[in-house]
Design a protein around this ligand. Structure first.
Ligand SMILES: [Zn+2]
Length: 97
């Protein structure tokens, strides 16, 4: 997984984006990302997906116990995957001022 520099289009490694401010390895522009904000949003996405699965399974099975087991096992994996996908799609790099 890698990102593109908004200034020169060069490839930026994933581990660099984890820092708050970082330099492009090609053009040395000082860059920043919206990672902190997106990380929080992806956690909210995961919680909403998990709750929807919990409520959905309870609705079809009629049992809160069964719904809890299914949502913890399958729902946990699914919501984590969707959160990771959201994180990957929404993250943006920009030039620091
Ligand atoms: Zn660059």
């Amino acid at each position: 997984m890698s990102y593109r520099c908004p200034v020169c289009g060069g490839v930026i490694a994933n581990w660099l984006v984890k820092k708050e401010h970082f330099e492009c390895p090609d053009c040395e522009s000082l860059l920043t990302s919206n990672r902190q904000k997106v990380l929080k949003q992806s956690l909210v996405v995961a919680m909403i997906v998990w709750l929807l699965i919990l409520i959905g399974v309870q609705h079809y099975s009629g049992s809160w116990g069964y719904a809890a087991v299914v949502s913890i096992e399958a729902g946990g994996i699914l919501s984590a995957m969707l959160a990771a996908l959201y994180y990957r799609l929404v993250i943006r790099l920009k030039r620091a001022v």
